[in-house]
Design a protein around this ligand. Structure first.
Ligand code: NAD
Length: 442
């Protein structure tokens, strides 16, 4: 078992993992349903299928990605050939959240293994069915000294963080992200922190309102709003608000029917604590659609909230649930006043047919990533880096970038011996003049 140096071994274990995931797909989908009634369609699209696709891409490309990459040499070093070697960091800790408990645990794990690391994964304690099946699959696919799943809650996480790691990959809240960063600082361990934030969704007067409503309802209420890149609040141009709200309501009913609690396509809130947190955010007098909830079923209806105060609970923290505040604006100053109140978000959405407005929004605000005229889908392109900025995270991953972040990039210049230019050696005398000329020229 030489996972550090034997690329064939890494590839074989990843193939085994692929086989075991494909074989257990139904059980994974069932576990996700048992944890919080994640609809089958969403479980396949955003969890199992996503991971299978990531695995296939990694297996296909691992040989190319691991090869030393030749780069153009500097003329100052002539004659040389220059390379970047990808070296595994060593021991990697992956800590995962509950909202996409399979995908967000497995994707970093796959890349960390591909890059030649030993991995310890701590999945979320809030999705016990999914975490148990993850543990089983990993046990079947890897030697325990190569990849290990450690199940448990905060205490176990704290114990793991107290150890020395060569890389930590954390997905979760900003509060815990700071705890992870502090623990990592103790040993100068590099980290990726995939965190959250309040994601704005701006709709100007040129937007295709009907389509905007459809795409926002999908992106907001998939996984019952428990998505780190779900739109957190809407900023709609004042004159468009009434029409837009009508479309939003129509789209909710088209997607989930009139008896939403009976819809097989609508997930539940993860636990009682989050159910209470979310229902506490809803002021009934501000609700113009939804608002119904059922503690026994951990259900909260898709809820639209009209113009909440900026200092209200719902506008003070990341919502992370099926509640959508609608705020209207008159001018760009209004937009600026609201967006600038918050830390840099993980995602930002603009619905507009006016390209200069969209470009202005993109350059004015700092955020992880986003879409023009859609929501959430930037996540699905493996060629786009996915990650936050400021409070929404440090670093980014997906596709080849995931392999790269789990590798130390070692620079090597291989100098040829057939020529040894004398310019750099002492005594320097008047060599500086010639060096300056050369530097000007290259
Ligand atoms: P969380 O931070 O509460 O928990 C995440 C993980 O950290 C869990 O495994 C948990 O056991 C562990 N943990 C919790 N408290 C800890 C502590 N005090 N010390 C050490 N470890 C601890 O997050 P969550 O509730 O599971 O997920 C929701 C949050 O995650 C939201 O803020 C959401 O935006 C964010 N998120 C971000 C992304 C992303 O890709 N950027 C994806 C999903 C979720």
């Amino acid at each position: 078992m030489d996972y550090k140096n034997d690329i064939k071994y890494r590839k074989e274990t990843l193939k085994k993992l692929l086989f075991n995931i494909q074989k257990s797909e139904d059980l994974i989908v069932k576990a996700l349903y048992d944890d919080f009634k994640k609809p089958e369609f969403e479980a396949v699209l955003t969890e199992t299928n996503y991971v299978i696709s990531e695995l296939k891409t990694t297996i296909k490309n691992i040989n190319t990605w691991t090869k030393p990459q030749r780069v153009f040499p500097s003329l100052l070093n002539f004659p040389s050939t220059d390379y970047i070697y990808k070296e595994p960091y060593g021991d990697v800790l992956v800590i995962a959240p509950w909202n996409y408990p399979f995908q967000l645990a497995l994707c970093p794990l796959i890349s960390a293994v591909a890059a030649g690391n030993r991995v310890v994964l701590k999945p979320s304690e809030l999705t016990p069915h999914t975490s148990a099946i993850i543990a089983k699959i990993i046990e079947k696919s890897f030697h325990i000294n190569h990849v290990e799943v450690v199940q448990g809650g905060v205490e176990i996480s704290e114990k793991l963080l107290a150890k020395r790691w060569d890389y930590i990959f954390f997905t979760g809240s900003v509060t815990v992200g700071k705890i992870v960063a502090k623990a990592a600082a103790e040993h100068l361990t590099p980290v990726t922190l995939e965190l959250g934030g309040k994601n704005p969704c701006v709709i100007d007067e040129t937007a295709n309102l009907r389509l905007a409503a459809k795409r926002i309802i999908w992106g907001k209420f998939i996984n019952a709003g428990q998505t780190c890149i779900a739109p957190d609040y809407i900023l709609v141009q004042k004159n468009m608000k009434i029409n837009f709200i009508t479309y939003l309501i129509e789209e909710i009913i088209l997607a989930y029917g009139k008896k939403i609690q009976d819809s097989p396509d609508y997930a539940r809130i993860i636990n009682a604590k989050n159910w209470v947190r979310l229902t506490d955010m809803i002021s009934p007098e501000k609700v113009f659609f939804g608002g119904e909830s059922d503690a026994a079923d951990l259900y909260i209806a898709p809820t639209l909230v009209d113009e909440p105060e900026l200092n209200s609970k719902i506008m003070s923290e990341e919502i992370f649930g099926p509640v959508l505040p609608i705020l209207s604006y008159d001018s760009e100053e209004d937009i600026d006043r609201i967006i600038s109140k918050y830390e840099k978000p993980l995602a930002f959405y603009i619905f507009s047919e006016n390209d200069s407005f969209s470009q202005k929004m993109i350059s004015r605000y700092s955020f992880g990533g986003g879409c023009i005229n859609d929501t959430v889908i930037h996540f699905s392109n493996k060629r786009l880096p996915f990650g936050g900025v400021g409070y929404s995270g440090i670093g980014a991953y997906h596709g080849k970038l995931s392999f790269d972040i789990f590798s130390h990039h070692k620079s090597i210049v291989k100098k040829a011996n057939w020529l040894d230019l004398p310019m750099r050696y002492a005594p320097y005398k008047d060599k500086l003049k010639n060096i300056r000329k050369l530097l000007d020229w290259i």
